[in-house]
Design a protein around this ligand. Sequence first.
Ligand SMILES: [Cu+2]
Length: 272
Amino acid sequence: MKFSIKSLLLGTALLSTIITGCKKDDPTPDDNTTDLLLIASGYTDAGSMKVKLYAVDSLYSAYTQLFIEVRDSASNEVVENAQVTIMPMMDMGNMEHSAPYENPTSTAAIDGMFPCNVVFQMPGEMGWTLDVTVDNLTSGSGTVTLPLSVKNPAVTRTRVITPANDPNARLVISYLQPSDPKVGVNDFEITLHSKESMTSWPAIENYTVQIEPEMPSMGHGSPNNVNPTHITNGHYEGQVNFTMTGLWRINLTIMDGSTVVDNTAYFEVTLQ
Ligand SMILES: [Cu+2]
């Protein structure tokens, strides 16, 4: 999986674009998409717009960065200002469900694209779709449904847990950082979402998370870890310390106040 390094590079590229100013006057076709993979494209049902969906890599069952480009289908001009909203859905035949997602945070495109995120909590070569609705002042509003193929990653990066305190609930835990782990202290980030209904998977903002890294083959942990705390929108950030190369397991304890919600989930990280 080439996810880690590319996403780091991409994050740096996006950041430097934000810092050094915008290229808003330069809607050169495909200029900003060279590092990205075209996942799907289609025309909106109204408003005469073409929507292209890009990602850093093929789609995997994980917290996934997506980039939406919108063009006027007549002029082919990039639409720089629009309200873009998404809705992921999975049709499993006998039932349909959505997924945790984060809409673009701004109506202004960044480098000609609207970044957003989806937690694909299960793989599916077929069945996944993404509805993209674009509301733009000049062309109006329209929606396109894009079919997606979501693979199982080599290493588990999202887990759907049945909480210990509520057998009817579901907790979605996703691993975000470190994407490029190094020996030493790394920034650590996960997201937490709950299943409210088949179509509502909101962020959980009031839990506490404890981490305990261990090397299963050697039976030791590490000092100087910082338990993740909630930052915003279900994102919890802390620090994890890997004292040597090899396979590490980051054990999680997730609490709602003093109630243990889950202490079975973990993520594995291999340091070269
Ligand atoms: Cu499903």
